[in-house]
Design a binder for this molecule. Structure first.
Ligand SMILES: [Ca+2]
Ligand SMILES: [Ca+2]
Length: 390
């Protein structure tokens, strides 16, 4: 990854021009909609996720890679972290504190979940509770939920989010570094890697397997919801429709977005193809059996500018109220330094738009969604921006 310079941000209407990285045929101008990025916080340390407890309209919780969860309240970044896991997380380029999810019943039970790679590089999902102080998690409340050995410090996933069904979805990459998944973790149903899991964490401790999970016959792992993913770094559910959007990071050339509509089972049991396919490209030319594989809704190739650093960053469908014209629009980005959007309609990515928000050297690490459904863009150099009307 490349540490980039601070962005020079401009409120610029979307235009259908090329960007520094990647090809993107079919991008269109959205017409009169103008957007900008409004600075919410700067100077953070590698922020890579943002969320808020359900119904909490005052606070944003920002995850810093080095192990801190920070609170932004009414626009001000609090100095005291909500939780400090800096002594527990590993420091590799794709390691650290990687995910945060508030329980749907957080206002009653104070439960929240974190996802990180520990000092041994093992992926850990751990439950905590808030303390008597609503701005401080209780570090002594840690309860291990799930631990997954990682064969390599790359492609460890890290996303955790509650689905509309109340179950916790956990993203895990193939854990196989740059060897093109030599271990075949993407297609192997007997391990948890290269998949999104679905688990029930509503009980007193640990997790159970929800009724309806697709792989119930051993030796397949019953935690699996789908598979064939390389590194689903960020994925989300449309809060209006429940549709699942997955940004799956590609290897040598292609990045992809998968969309799993609620009406088609929300991706249950789907095989997204890795390592047989990278996007729709056969990784073993002429020898790919694509029977039963679910192709991406959108894919793009790395450009010639810093192609090694290009990684798709899955985002969110906008369901806020501030910009009604954007409702139903899915925003995503790339570590290469851009933000784009499309509208999923009729099984296709339509109204594809390139938003020229960022300095092309600014690396997008994640998007975030607050309790009102407004969207945020986070950058490696330490900024948090809100997408606003321009
Ligand atoms: Ca697997
Ligand atoms: Ca795929």
């Amino acid at each position: 990854m490349k540490i980039s310079k601070a962005a020079k941000l401009l409120g610029i209407a979307a235009v259908a021009a090329s960007s520094a990285c990647g090809r993107h045929g079919g991008v269109t101008n959205p017409g009169p909609v103008r957007l900008a990025l409004r600075t919410v916080a700067t100077g953070m340390s590698f922020p890579l996720f943002l969320t808020a407890p359900p119904g909490d309209f005052r606070r944003l919780f920002v995850v810093e890679k080095g192990g801190f969860i920070r609170i932004i309240e009414d626009g001000a970044l609090r100095s005291r972290p909500f939780l400090d896991l800096s002594g527990s997380v590993s420091r590799g380029v794709e390691q650290g504190l990687l995910g945060l999810a508030f329980d749907p019943g957080y206002s009653r039970n104070g439960r929240f979940y974190v996802s990180y790679t520990d000092l041994a590089g093992t992926s850990q999902i751990v439950r905590y509770r808030v303390s008597a102080n609503p701005d401080a998690g209780d570090p002594a409340s840690a309860e291990p939920i799930l631990s997954v050995d990682q064969p390599d410090p790359l492609h460890n996933g890290g996303m955790i989010v509650f689905g509309p069904d109340g179950y916790l979805y956990v993203g895990l990459g193939d854990g196989d570094g740059e060897t093109a998944d030599a271990l075949n973790n993407g297609q192997d149903l007997t391990d948890l890697l290269g998949s999104i899991l679905r688990i029930d964490v509503s009980g007193a401790g640990g997790y159970t397997i929800p009724a309806g999970n697709p792989f119930t016959t051993p030796p397949a792992r019953p935690e699996l919801w789908n598979y064939g993913l390389r590194n689903p770094w960020r994925f989300s559910f449309d809060r209006a429709t429940g549709d699942l959007y997955i940004g799956d990071v590609g290897r040598a050339s292609r990045e992809e977005i998968d969309v799993a509509p609620t009406a088609q089972g929300r991706g249950k049991g789907a095989n997204y193809g890795w390592k047989i396919l990278e996007g729709t490209r056969c990784t073993d030319a002429g020898h790919c059996d694509t029977t039963g594989l679910t192709p991406p809704v959108l894919e793009y190739e790395h450009g010639t500018w810093n192609p090694v650093s290009c990684c798709v960053i899955g985002g969110y469908v906008y369901r806020g109220s501030a910009i009604p014209a954007l409702r139903g629009t899915y925003f995503y980005g790339d570590l290469c330094g851009w933000v784009r959007s499309f509208v999923f309609s009729g099984g296709q990515a339509t109204s594809r738009t390139d938003w020229h928000f960022l300095d092309p050297r600014e690396s997008v690490t994640s998007f975030g969604e607050d309790a009102r459904g407004e969207l945020y863009v986070l950058t490696m150099s330490g900024s948090v921006f809100r997408i606003v009307s321009g």
